[in-house]
Write a protein that binds this ligand. Sequence first.
Ligand code: FES
Ligand SMILES: [Fe+2]
Length: 371
Amino acid sequence: MPELDLPQRQTTDALMLAGFWYRALPADHVHRNQLHKATLLEIPLVIGRDLQGQPFALRDACPHRGMPLNRGKFDGENLECPYHGWQFDVHNGQCELIPSLTSDQTLKIDRIYAGSYPCEEQDSFIWVYISDPSPEGAGYSKPSEAPDAAPQIEKISPKYNLAYLQAEMPVSIDHGIIGLMDPAHGPFVHQAWWWRTRHSIHEKKKNFEPIPNGFRMSAHTPSSNSAPYKLLRLYADADSITTTIDFVLPNLRTETIRAGKYWFSSLTTVTPITRSHCRIDVVAAWNLFRWLPFGADLLKFVFAKFVEQDRRTMEMQAEGLKHNPHLMLIDDADRPAKWYFQLKAAHLEAKRTGVAMKHPMAGPLTLKWRS
Ligand code: FES
Ligand SMILES: [Fe+2]
């Protein structure tokens, strides 16, 4: 049976998925012996580095009486709460000292933990694993372990440049993500005289296929009006350029473009900060323009412009969303957004039942739209 022709109504639930790695802070913001605040999935965190530079993440609330630990004292190993001086090992959150205890009091302090989260530095970011269910922080919960390593950008040759960009958006994770995968806003939001005008809109056809936990826009020659493509055209002949774009739960968009020995790859994440706020982090690696002193700046300029256009758009959208309207998702341009909601639902269902996740896509298919 063909899909309904009526636009489909959909409500976002703003549900944030635990059990995944999330980007918390840019690595170059986090210095040794300093404490930094971050919020992920409405969980307040204190993040820092030990004497060796190893990053750590603790719940930013003392298990004693909730004092924010980011206000405490940190000697590069232990963090001391500013209220009653309890000390915690920053890597596992274990309590090391309670100064008020007398020598004959036998409280087992090593059973007390400040909630600690697995933490890794990867491609310019400190990543934090938000376990499921997340440690309650207070009390006796031991630190959880991550089942895998934090996601990495694909690097195709050993020498490359790396840069990142961030933007905060006053919308829920779902709006952030479907905005990111939405092909139809390009001609209206991303106009610039040196880039494209809305008149360059034309029909496009792309092949998609299911991949574990997500979907892929199969390798194809990029649209003539896509950003990295225009830059790569300077290096290689148009037909040799291919791009692959993946989306994988909970929030990872990977794009890899290859043109002979040149490549560009990016990992964009939309991170849930709170139910109503998210942040986009774009990290890109590339080996073109490496010899050009301003190559990185040029790329950053192009991407900063795009991200800023998206940010401004979502700021406006947030005004409309205050009143909790329904969403309409239309075929084919909004099909990736529908897949996102279906993947999320399938993931939650699999977790609830313990049965392997049922992928919402039956197989490869082609979508058409104008953009
Ligand atoms: S609140 Fe932290 S030591 Fe008491
Ligand atoms: Fe955009």
